[in-house]
Design a protein. Sequence first.
Length: 228
Amino acid sequence: MIELYTSPTPNGYKISVALEELEIPYNVHVVNLQAGDQKKPEFLAMNPNGRIPVIVDTENDNLSIMESGAQLIYLAEKAGKLLPTESVARSKVIQWLMFQMGGIGPMMGQANVFFRYWPGEKIQPAIDRYQNEGRRLFEVMETRLKDNEYLADDFSIADIANWCWVRTYKWSGVNIDGLEGVKRWMQMMEDRPACKKGVAVPIDIMELMRNMKQSKDLTDTGSKIIQK
């Protein structure tokens, strides 16, 4: 059994989607970021970096793993799916996973900070910087997805990792006009039953974003969290 400590964020969804796709049983423990649960001693004992998600494998001596990319690799290897063992095919998946970990996630995350959460007067050069970089990275994905169904040869943890962030492009203010391959891929991912189920754990943040009042509440919450 996997114990999943998570919150409704793209990084959290990466793991709940993967668990659903891999059909690995799991229990959900909601981490209240606004209340500072991620900074409590019991959480820091599992992840000294104080970030979600965290997984604990009760079938493997209660092994605790931090960092969503590492968790995706561990879970795929545990299930024997969504990460090839052959070196070339595996490398194709890993490179797109690292693309998300080092590019898509950090750049969209910073776009969120300056576009949505920054308290006080907005810093437009910072907003432009991260939204433009987000668009550039989407264009890199387009070079692959315009002629290929998935980021690697087949559906993999790389698709899960990138989709959980890219699907929130509106919240980050990143323009996807003209990126037809990315749009097709996003819809294909959205249509997968396990993806739909995974992004509702513990709640579907996209539904909150569609409601203006709740969107403001989400922005206010984000503003508080980035200062912790």
